[in-house]
Design a binder for this molecule. Structure first.
Ligand code: GAR
Length: 208
């Protein structure tokens, strides 16, 4: 059984998609052992509690400096016993030590088709604002492994979503979540939980 820690900062709809997929059997061989947030008011923590999952908040504000926070985050994740870490709207840059310790065992969901609209500063609604500004006709979401860069790790799954005239960032964000994020994130978790993918030369290979 794959043990998962989900790291969150906000609403937690992607967390919910994973919880639901485990409950309804779309994801097999996996359980969430902890939901960890840097924001004690994150609704995602409430979602975890509602599902009987250990909900932990650990804020940088409670530590004298970033190194101490990073150490505490690494310790908390370690104590969860997680084999896989999911970044589901986690707005904290991970300590280098963590990306090294968990090579190809951390995944992230990003609301664009990487390598477009990603990297430093591209998160949440900002991504969709930039998509609309540029006028692209197709956007989407990407689930990828996390390495020491920002949105640079091996890509597991992507799904395209149409952009329509008159879209607002909020409307587009919702469509990308519904049509892409909430589908590909559980799918990727299920592939990992069942040993169906591995990384070769920086690329994800799917085993039939
Ligand atoms: C999601 O759209 C996720 O893709 C995005 O934050 C949102 C979190 O929503 N993540 C990033 O932008 C990471 N660069 P949620 O809390 O409802 O899952």
């Amino acid at each position: 059984m794959l043990k998962i820690a989900v790291l969150v900062s906000g609403g937690g709809t992607n967390l919910q998609a994973v919880i639901d997929a485990i409950d309804n059997g779309t994801i097999t061989n996996a359980e969430i052992t902890a939901v960890i947030s840097n924001n004690k008011n994150a609704f995602a923590l409430e979602r975890a509690r509602n599902s009987g999952i250990n909900a932990i908040s650990i804020s940088p504000k409670d530590f004298e400096n970033r190194d101490l926070f990073n150490d505490a985050l690494i310790k908390t994740v370690g104590e969860s016993g997680a084999d896989l870490i999911i970044l589901a709207g986690f707005l904290v840059v991970l300590p280098k030590k963590m990306t090294e310790n968990y090579e190809n065992r951390i995944i992230n969901i990003h609301p664009s088709l990487i390598p477009s609209f990603c990297g430093k500063g591209f998160y949440g609604l900002k991504v969709h604002e930039e998509v609309l500004k540029r006028g692209v006709k197709v956007t989407g979401a990407t689930c990828h492994f996390v390495d020491s860069g920002t949105d640079t790790g091996p890509i597991i799954l992507q799904k395209a979503v149409d952009v329509y005239e008159g879209d607002t960032p909020e409307v587009l964000q919702r469509r990308v979540m519904e049509q892409a994020e909430w589908i590909i994130l559980p799918k990727a978790v299920n592939l990992i939980a069942n040993g169906k993918i591995h990384v070769e030369d920086g690329r994800v290979i799917t085993v039939a």
